[in-house]
Design a protein. Structure first.
Length: 558
């Protein structure tokens, strides 16, 4: 007798459930289907961004794999928004909240439809943590699939990408390139489907999820339009059925050690600052105690090896050709950097998965050797001090400046700060501060890729420090510090920083401070009243429910 793999069999069995079955007969279910486990295929397909334009076909591949394995699969959709399109606009406030909307919608469908298992397919930045948060909450056997990276654009025989356009705006403003050249960059940077090609947030999180064991080996680096990606989706549909057979749940895979593997790989690859925010939120969803301070423990002992954009020269496709994240993990495991006994969605451990994996290719220079790293320690640093008592996050890959001290130039909106930069009102040595853009104050904690790229394009990337209680894109590089917490909206010290106050950033000491005494800060705070929280719609709900960025900016506080 075949084992009944249905977790929610009572929902569809018996005469009382005839109406429930009747609804599904209308979408094609048969008597045999009701005896099979129901597998949800969560698709983030959309035409609003190249990151997700191809995911409709990938979802169909996953559905086929699940059906062939013995499941009864159903595709359902959730939202996505494009950070690249919303960047520098009011629309950017919706980016981080979209992570939670994605998580909430997937959890809702899995719960309401009483699904037995889940394959979630994500592309753009917030899709990936959104899917993993949902997987953590839904508590059914699950596999994540990354839609894959875009291939690099080509211009004058050089690889370019979306960040090339953002930095081109700064070069154009500086008079370094013409209208025609900026247009050529714009028209050639994004050649097709897939997420942004450097070690930006989407690729960072895909690598983290592979290291965690929640996706199939090799998932993170496969290009979006490759035949291998479609095959992988079919295999994911089969893999989730196998998880049902073996009784393996997300909580069995998403352990403390699995998160440590993810943090290690992110440090080695020089991943996005957003990884800290998202890994904290994913740990929260699965019920793990992970804190922002844990990241500095790994930063001190894990080297940065990847010569990947934005601070390096290569893109994800180059890493794929060099051996992929799988090759990187094989090397790290051999040198004792990973927990090899962590369970994965294959039903095997990390060590078992990597046993027959191909090593990094001979002669490749995308990943440097352990004895000759780009940096001996990790590039993601948590800073603390009287300006950020709960922490702030800096990415120092490619940044030569380890200590910066200068006068604060304070703005309460990104628009005002950008105008000042474009008008050449920000000078070498300044500390440009954008506040009241945190999770609550933004609301939505918008990214600052536009203004940080303009600074780089104008040659000020390491000459002006950029600080904010908002976030930075994975495409950002330069002397930047984000996630300053507590945020201004909550009465954090950044709210009381004044024009001309001297601010010090020291990455070696992991400190960020302002030359203002506790007594003076208290005096400035005496008559301070927090701005009213945004009240309307999605952003209003978000502002009233979101936690501090140092806790992952989660919305289901418990």
């Amino acid at each position: 007798m075949t084992k009944d793999l249905r977790i929610n069999s009572k929902v569809f069995d018996g005469t009382l459930r005839a109406p429930n079955r009747g609804m599904l007969r209308a979408v094609g279910f048969t008597d045999e289907d009701f005896k099979k486990p129901m597998v949800g295929i969560a698709s983030t397909w959309s035409e609003v961004t190249p990151c997700n334009i191809h995911i409709k076909d990938l979802a169909e591949s996953a559905k086929k794999g699940s059906r062939d394995a013995g499941g009864a699969p159903m595709i359902f959709n959730t939202i996505t928004v494009s950070d690249g399109i919303s960047m520098g606009t009011e629309g950017m406030r919706y980016s981080l909240p979209s992570r939670d909307l994605i998580a909430d919608s997937i959890e809702t469908v899995v719960g309401a439809e009483s699904l037995d298992a889940l394959v979630a397919i994500g592309g753009c930045d917030k899709n990936i943590p959104g899917c993993l948060i949902a997987i953590g909450r839904a508590e059914v056997p699950s596999v994540f699939v990354y839609g894959g990276s875009i291939r690099p654009g080509k211009l004058d025989e050089e690889n370019i990408d979306l960040v090339s356009i953002f930095e081109g705006v700064g070069k154009h403003n500086n008079g370094d390139i013409s209208d025609e050249q900026l247009n050529r960059i714009e028209c050639n940077a994004c050649p097709g489907a897939g997420s942004c090609g450097g070690m930006y947030t989407a690729n960072t999180m895909a690598a983290a999820v592979e290291a965690m064991g929640m996706s199939l080996p090799g998932n993170a680096a496969k290009p979006a339009t490759s035949e291998e990606k479609a095959i992988e989706c079919e295999e994911a549909g089969k893999a989730v059925y196998s998880l049902l057979e073996k009784g393996i749940y997300p909580k069995d895979i998403m352990t403390r050690e699995a998160f440590e593997n993810a943090i290690t790989v992110v440090m080695v690859l020089g991943g996005s600052t957003n990884a800290i925010l998202h890994l904290l939120s994913m740990a929260h969803a699965i019920g793990l105690d992970l804190s922002i301070d844990d990241f500095n423990d790994f930063q001190k002992r894990v080297p940065h090896l990847a010569d990947l954009k934005p601070s390096g020269k290569y893109v994800m496709e180059d890493l794929y050709n060099a051996g992929g994240v799988e090759g990187v993990m094989k090397m790290l495991l051999e040198h004792g950097y990973l927990h090899g006994d962590c369970l994965t969605v294959t039903g095997k451990t990390i060590a078992e998965n990597l046993e027959n994996a191909q090593p990094l290719k001979e002669g490749q220079d995308v990943i440097l050797p352990l004895d000759n790293p780009k940096r001996a320690d990790g590039p993601l640093i948590v800073l603390k001090g009287n300006l950020a008592p709960s922490g702030a996050v800096a990415k120092v890959s490619g940044v030569q400046v380890k200590h910066h001290e200068g006068p604060a130039r304070v703005y309460n909106t990104e628009v005002e700060a950008t105008e000042a930069v474009m008008k050449d009102e920000i000078n070498e040595g300044d500390v440009l501060v954008i506040r009241h853009v945190g999770p609550k104050g933004g609301p939505g904690m918008p990214e600052m890729l536009s203004i940080s790229s303009i600074l780089v394009g104008k040659g000020l990337g390491e000459k002006v420090a950029l600080l904010t209680d908002g976030r930075f894109s994975g495409g950002t590089h330069g002397l930047v510090v984000g996630h300053i917490a507590p945020e201004a909206q909550d009465g954090g010290p950044i709210a009381f920083l004044q024009e001309g106050d001297i601010v010090t950033i020291d990455s070696d000491k992991q400190e960020i401070s302002m030359a203002v005494s506790d007594e003076e800060i208290a005096k400035r705070k005496e008559n301070w009243v927090a701005p009213p929280l945004y009240k309307k719609g999605v952003l209003g709900k978000y502002a009233h429910n979101v936690s501090c960025s140092s806790l992952g900016a989660v919305t289901d506080n418990f």
